[in-house]
Design a protein around this ligand. Structure first.
Ligand code: SAH
Length: 464
């Protein structure tokens, strides 16, 4: 370890940056987060530096660095992107005993700035002594994803609460309290009610821990996206890391469940349209039961939990018991499907609105304003549409839709076994049947895959 990591206090200090271009700007982005006086030496600053100066973050000196400037300076950055000039600055700094960094020149620098994950006051510095910057960037990216944005706020709030928490016996009880706050209640409360929420959570938690009470549970409704684990939101991923119990649907893939905390209890309440299913009442009871027992329940639903997910019934059940809940949206299957088609859901001059509709509801086939959908240039994403395809087709044709209306079927959108079928309204039922579409599938009414579109365009041109 040639470079020894320390955290340097820059409160009321002076840091000098020599250079007025992009290279200086890159260093300033981090420096301006510190409570230091930053002096920037050189002429003709770029616009971004002028803006930083106007905002009061830096002092533009509009002249060269002089020997006198170094008296009392804490650090110097030589950032003129010119070896000779930068070395001259470094020499001057060293003569005055000030540590200097020549930007992107590890060998001739007294110190280096690591990659930083900033959740101030929690800051994580990652350095590889110049050996593998790409690795540092990757580690940083992982940590950025993993650590909730609210961590800094939570830590600052916790800092003030430390004297009160000292009321708990030292050791395990105090650790359990802080772990409950930082890993569970704190992020939830902050998500829901901001700083006040987190402060209240601390008071409640302290009371519970002092009285050895088991706290009340909490339910996070989470959209798991269309299947590809990379289409999970960061929030969903973090919640999965925190959950005590995960209650999930059939559409949630194993790749996603693997992200749950190892100790979490996984409960499958899979349902298949028209097929065997866990009755909704039973699902409601399960969620309520676990939450009342004090668990953090993640109710994981495929796609977005607010789209054809019977979310309201579950919320009503929780409200009836006064239990707290929160919704984290996800990417709905229509978004993944249309992306696979290379199309937009809305398009200027074609359709200014798009419908998400279901082919069947609890009572059977679902009725809609088929008449307006049968007009030209309408677009709809039809969920759970396989069984009701004949009904949908019949209604639309009867109300004047052209049998040539373009239709795309996207089965298993975003998954490795995704299939795209191109057809038209007249052939919809036959296409579904002859291709044996067994996975979850979306029917896009009024949209063809872009590639096919350009292909048929070329073919037409050839015939022309
Ligand atoms: N909440 C989910 C929809 C649940 S309804 C969402 O927002 O996506 C279930 C229907 O969604 C399925 O019958 C199918 O029509 C559609 N669906 C879900 N996942 C899908 C996927 N990966 N590919 C295609 N369709 C999907």
């Amino acid at each position: 370890m040639e470079h020894y990591p320390v955290y340097l206090s820059l409160r009321d200090k002076r840091v000098l940056v020599v250079g007025t271009g992009e290279c200086a700007l890159a260093k300033l982005r981090l420096l301006i987060k510190t409570p230091t006086r930053i002096e920037v030496y050189g002429f003709d600053p770029i616009d971004d530096l002028i803006a930083l100066s106007a905002a009061g973050h830096i002092h533009l000196m509009h002249r060269d660095l002089g020997a006198n400037d170094l008296t009392g300076a804490q650090l110097v950055y030589a950032a003129q992107e010119d070896d000779t000039l930068d070395h001259a600055v470094a020499q001057l700094a060293r003569e005055h005993g000030v540590l200097v960094n020549i930007v992107d020149n590890l060998r001739h620098s007294d110190f280096i700035t690591p990659a930083i994950v900033d959740r101030s006051p929690v800051t994580i510095a990652i350095g590889t002594e110049g050996a593998a910057p790409i690795l540092a960037r990757q580690i940083k990216a992982h940590l950025e994803e993993f650590l909730p944005r609210s961590l800094g706020h939570l830590t600052r709030i916790a800092q003030k609460f430390r004297p009160k928490a000292a009321g708990l016996p030292y050791g395990r009880p105090r650790r359990a309290f802080w772990s409950d706050y930082f890993l569970k209640k704190g992020p939830q409360a902050y998500d829901q009610d901001g700083e006040t929420g987190a402060q209240d959570a601390l008071d409640t938690l302290l009371h519970q821990h002092l009285n050895c009470e088991r706290g009340e549970g909490y339910v996070s409704f989470v959209g798991a996206g269309p299947g590809d684990p990379e289409l999970l939101t960061l929030k969903a991923r973090n919640l999965l890391h925190q959950a005590d119990v995960v209650i999930y649907d059939r559409l949630v893939g194993s790749g996603i469940l693997e992200l749950a905390r190892r100790e979490a209890q996984l409960v499958d309440v899979g349902k298949t349209g028209f097929g065997p299913s866990t009755p909704q009442d039973h699902i409601n009871d399960l969620i309520v039961e676990h939450a009342r027992a004090g668990a953090h329940v993640v109710r994981l639903k495929g796609g977005d939990c607010t789209v054809f997910g019977r979310l309201d019934e579950e919320i009503d059940a929780l409200d009836a018991h006064g239990l707290t809940w929160h919704i984290t949206p996800g990417i709905t299957a229509a978004s993944a499907g249309v992306a696979a088609l290379g199309q937009s859901m809305t398009k200027r001059g074609r359709n200014a609105s798009v419908r998400f509709l279901t082919g069947h509801d609890m009572k059977g086939f679902a009725d809609h304003d088929w008449e307006s959908l049968a007009k030209p240039n309408e677009v709809a994403a039809i969920y759970m549409g396989k069984k009701s395809a004949r009904f949908v087709q019949g209604r639309l044709l009867m109300l004047g839709a052209s049998p040539q209306t373009q239709i795309s079927i996207v089965e298993n959108a975003s998954r490795s076994d995704m299939r795209i079928l191109e057809t038209n309204l007249g052939d919809l039922v036959e296409t579904l049947r002859s291709n044996d579409v067994t996975g979850p599938a979306l029917i896009f009414y009024g949209l063809a895959p872009r590639q096919a579109q350009s292909l048929s365009h070329t073919q037409n041109m050839e015939f022309a």
